[in-house]
Design a protein around this ligand. Structure first.
Ligand code: GDP
Ligand code: ZN
Length: 285
């Protein structure tokens, strides 16, 4: 229920105005990390009230569980998404493709960072491979540890620009943020706020201001791909549909209205529940 706000005047603890809360139609009408807001400081203190969210230029979101239309926005106004992979173990073109898809969907500009260049004497081969799946996307071989290539990253993060790091655990995202922010990231004790019903919520710092440069959003929910429905996840979750699909007449059957579609046949026969096919289609989309 509370937010950290940054302004020219410093940092405030923000809360949403009652009217705004009342009029919110869903979670997406409330502030998320990266939002630019209109807020009014309370006199004599470090608190402010948020009255409005400015239009979001880009957003990373996922469909919330439960209610069909509840969109969960993970971050707003990200200008560039650094897709981080490491040049040793993590390297995986399919994964890069999926992060690219997510980034294009969000409206942010993708940049691919091949980290741990210090461990890889010949990055050129990898760069060529990545180019084949990411035409026109900037690719940089860097080392978060030695600092190689960090200047290139900062060029994308001028003042007022917001970046995000996407990538599997272990590729070096935290190390990179520490290097960019010029020191170990401050560990800030979460603020505890009682919501009046005895429960406690916590907020922790999710936006890192880089000295003399832009910002990086660092939230656990956004970092890793597992949190979205990945294609493997889709295959695993809908094995039944996948195996039915093996019986379709056409290899590229989309199970919409094609003749000889085994999936639609199973639907007609009541073997496959209509809701299941519907949610498969939705996730696939
Ligand atoms: P995260 O899970 O993506 O945040 O990854 P971390 O930042 O925690 O890094 C995982 C491990 O990789 C740590 O042991 C880092 O020291 C190491 N690491 C990160 N960047 C580099 C790099 O550029 N070169 C090398 N050799 N190791 C790195
Ligand atoms: Zn079919």
């Amino acid at each position: 229920n509370s937010y950290r706000l940054w302004s020219e005047a410093g940092e405030w603890l923000g809360e949403v105005a009652g009217k705004m809360l009342h009029e919110a139609g869903g979670r997406s009408d409330l502030p998320v990390v990266g939002d630019w807001v209109v807020a009014r400081p309370r006199p004599g203190g470090d608190r402010a009230v948020v009255h409005r969210i400015l239009a979001r230029r880009t957003k990373f979101s996922r469909q919330g569980a439960g209610k069909r239309t509840s969109e969960q926005i993970l971050a707003a106004n990200v200008d560039c998404a650094f897709i981080v992979t490491s040049l040793n173990r993590d390297f995986n073109l399919r994964r890069i493709e999926r992060y690219l898809t997510l980034t294009w969907d969000s409206g942010a500009l993708p940049i691919i960072l091949l980290n741990k260049a210090d461990l890889c004497p010949q990055p050129a081969r990898f760069i060529t491979e990545v180019e084949s799946v990411a035409p026109a996307v900037p690719i940089h071989a860097i080392s978060a540890l030695t600092g190689e290539g960090l200047g290139e990253i900062l060029k994308y993060l001028a003042k007022g620009q917001t970046g995000v790091l996407l990538g599997s655990s272990g590729v070096g995202k935290s190390t990179l943020i520490n290097s960019l922010s010029g020191g170990p990231r401050l560990r800030v004790a979460p603020i505890r706020e009682s919501d009046g019903r005895g429960r406690h919520t916590t907020t922790s710092r999710q936006l890192v201001l880089l000295p003399g440069a832009g910002m990086i959003i660092d939230t656990p929910g956004l970092r890793e791909l597992q949190l979205w429905q990945s294609e493997e996840g889709l295959d695993l979750s809908f094995r039944d549909i996948r195996s039915l699909a093996a019986g379709c007449r056409y290899g590229d059957c989309r199970h919409q209205s094609e003749p000889g579609c085994a999936v639609l046949e199973a639907l007609d026969e009541g073997i496959l529940p209509a809701e299941r096919l519907e949610s498969y289609r939705k996730l696939q989309k």
